[in-house]
Design a protein around this ligand. Structure first.
Ligand SMILES: [Zn+2]
Length: 155
C-alpha cells in the first residue's frame, strides 16, 4: 500500500470562514482549482468550499456557503482508499489531517496522475501494470512480487 503522503500536495490553498465569497472565487479561478479547505487560525479544518458552493449558494463569506461535512484522511491512508472515498462521496479533494490539523490535500487529479505515471513491475518476468495498489498476481507469470516504477513516458 502506498500512503497518500507520497503524492499529496503540501502547499495547500486555504480560506478562512471570513474570506469574502468573491475573493475565494477569484482565487480558485486564478489558480485553476475547484475547491479548498477552510481552516481556523490554529490550522484546524472547519469546512471545505467548492466552486459550486461559491456560485450556487447565497452568502457573503466562505463560512456562509462552505460544507462543514468534511471527509478527511490521514497521511497514512492508502491511495486506493483515498480513491474509493473520492468516488464514493462524489468529491474532488480530500484534506489530509494530522491530529485535526491540515497537512496536505489529495485531489482526483493527483490520484489519476499516480495511476498514469507509475507501474507495478513483476520482479520475476518484468511485466508491468498500472494500478493504485500492486496486483495480487502477475497477469503474465502469476508471480506475486512487484516493484513500483515510473511508467515509460509516451510522446
Ligand atoms: Zn510476471
Amino acid at each position: 500500500m502506498i500512503p497518500v503522503r507520497e503524492l499529496m500536495t503540501t502547499e495547500v490553498i486555504t480560506f478562512s470562514v471570513e474570506t469574502p465569497v468573491e475573493e475565494a472565487a477569484a482565487c480558485l479561478a486564478e489558480r485553476h482549482i475547484t475547491g479548498a479547505p477552510v481552516v481556523s487560525e490554529d490550522g484546524f479544518v472547519v469546512g471545505i468550499v467548492s466552486e459550486t458552493d461559491l456560485f450556487g449558494k447565497r452568502g457573503t463569506t466562505v463560512g456562509d456557503v462552505m460544507s462543514t461535512n468534511v471527509v478527511s484522511i490521514t497521511e497514512e491512508t492508502g491511495i486506493e482508499e483515498a480513491a474509493r472515498l473520492l468516488v464514493g462521496h462524489r468529491i474532488r479533494r480530500l484534506p489530509i489531517l494530522r491530529e485535526g490539523r491540515l497537512t496536505g490535500l489529495i485531489s482526483r487529479s493527483d490520484v489519476l496522475e499516480f495511476f498514469a505515471t507509475r507501474v507495478w513491475t513483476c520482479t520475476a518476468c518484468g511485466h508491468a501494470e498500472h494500478g493504485l495498489e500492486a496486483p495480487d498476481r502477475c497477469w503474465s507469470c502469476s508471480g506475486q512480487s512487484f516493484r513500483l516504477d515510473w511508467a515509460h513516458p509516451r510522446h
